[in-house]
Design a protein around this ligand. Structure first.
Ligand SMILES: NC(=O)c1ccc[n+]([C@@H]2O[C@H](COP(=O)([O-])OP(=O)(O)OC[C@H]3O[C@@H](n4cnc5c(N)ncnc54)[C@H](O)[C@@H]3O)[C@@H](O)[C@H]2O)c1
Ligand SMILES: [Zn+2]
Ligand SMILES: [Zn+2]
Length: 392
């Protein structure tokens, strides 16, 4: 089958790879009808994530039609239309029982390797390095879904792929980030980054009843989408973000802040950082906490710092003094997908939100994938979200 594969920093290809096969009784194989490129994939493309190997199949935002089911899987049957969450969970371990689905103790085949980095393993994930299991991803014609009797949700009649695809990751991720802010009707929330995660965080903050949302980015089209989603905006190229936030909140600061940029955030020194990263000979680039620090500095004392933005290793320097002395609370994590997929599907079904509003680029050819990765990374042509339909 055809699949998008990683071959090194900035080197994404469309290769022919072996078709996936059932390996365990709980597995399912799906024919991928739609898949997307995520900001997290850019961290792989940028060489920020160690333990990627040449030829690894990418992609973790995927949906499709079940074409084969393992003998022990009683939940799915051939022909079901499903959305697959990006984290894989067993449903039985302590963490799954607690609802910390992305911390599942059983689904990462390389748990020992991940434990060296994190102190404990995390759940297995599709197409996200060997630290999270080396599990082939879903930017492909077919996908093997391990533990397919736990994570995937069935799509009801009447909803298009584009309306439900983002239940695989970025909609629940924006929602969890908003939920982490413990929103009250008096609250002003500031959000760094108006990519897909930031845009869903804006919508989610408003759905959860926030009084105001202020969103920050430097990309014109994304700021326009943020305003359409209901946020006030600050263009970080045009103004000093901290000063603008203080002005908009009459010096009070936001009650909670959400960092939706992650380890590749831009900052005053990013040109230098990029230059340093560019000459490194390893695949590992330097993670940058600019947006995180701006968020910590702007948050009002006693407020909450919600971090859906992804980090992998040590990040420095972080404004720990401001964080500690202002009595802030941080909430973060890979999204606990199973908590959110069904409830958010209901919100799509009853018309509260149509998640397809973020899609700017579509293709029916996986061969276009490498170029679309580039378009998405460079935010060319107004690109916010790429959706690929490998079978047309
Ligand atoms: N926690 C999770 O489970 C989870 C899931 C999906 C994605 N993510 C992460 O969320 C982050 C965002 O994902 P995305 O798909 O929206 O990515 P994206 O790359 O499309 O968007 C990031 C946005 O942040 C903006 N940005 C960069 N630096 C900034 C700064 N200093 N101030 C304000 N804005 C800044 C960029 O211009 C861009 O628009 C990534 O780190 C991704 O890995 C986390
Ligand atoms: Zn993602
Ligand atoms: Zn588990």
């Amino acid at each position: 089958m055809k699949a998008l594969t990683w071959h090194g920093r900035g080197d994404i290809r469309c290769d022919t790879v072996p078709d996936p096969k059932i390996q365990d009784g709980r597995d399912a194989i799906i024919k991928v009808t739609a898949c997307a490129i995520c900001g997290s994939d850019l961290h792989l493309m940028g060489g920020f994530v160690p333990t990627m190997e040449k030829g690894d199949v990418l992609g973790h935002e995927t949906m499709g039609e079940v074409v084969e089911v393992g003998k022990d899987n009683t939940k799915l049957k051939v022909g079901d239309r499903v959305v697959v969450p990006f984290t894989i969970c067993c449903g039985e371990c302590r963490q799954c029982k607690w609802g910390n689905w992305s911390c599942c103790e059983r689904t990462n085949p390389n748990a020992a390797m991940q434990a060296k980095v994190l102190g404990f393993p995390s759940a297995g994930m599709f197409g996200y390095s060997h630290l999270t299991g080396g599990i082939p991803g879903g930017q492909a014609e077919y996908l093997r879904v391990p533990y397919a009797d736990v994570g995937p949700i069935k799509v009801p009649e009447g909803l298009t792929d584009e309306q439900v695809l983002f239940l695989s990751d970025v909609f629940p991720t924006g929602y969890m980030a908003a939920e982490h802010c413990d929103i009250t009707p008096e609250d002003t929330i500031a959000i760094w980054g108006c990519g897909p995660v930031g845009l869903f965080a804006i919508k989610s903050c408003l759905m959860l009843g926030a009084k105001r949302v202020i969103a920050i980015d430097s990309v014109t089209e994304r700021l326009a989408l943020a305003r359409q989603a209901g946020a006030e905006t600050i263009d970080s190229n045009a103004s000093n973000v901290h000063e603008a936030l203080m002005e908009l909140t009459t010096g009070q600061g936001p009650d909670a802040v959400i960092e939706c940029a992650g380890m590749e955030s831009h900052g005053a020194n990013s040109v230098l950082e990029r230059a340093a990263a560019a000459v490194q000979s390893t695949v590992t680039a330097v993670e940058r906490p600019y947006a995180l620090n701006e968020a910590i500095m702007a948050c009002r004392p006693g407020g909450i710092v919600s971090v859906p933005g992804v980090y992998i290793g040590p990040v420095g320097p972080v404004m720990m003094g401001a964080f500690m002395n202002k009595s802030l609370t941080m909430k973060t994590g890979q999204t606990h997908m199973v908590r959110y997929m069904e409830p958010l599907l209901k919100r799509v079904q009853n018309g509260e939100i149509d998640p397809s509003f973020i899609i700017t680029h579509r293709t029916t050819r996986l061969e276009d994938g490498p170029e679309l990765y580039e378009t998405f990374r460079e935010k060319k042509d107004g690109c916010v979200k790429v959706v690929m339909r490998p079978h047309g």
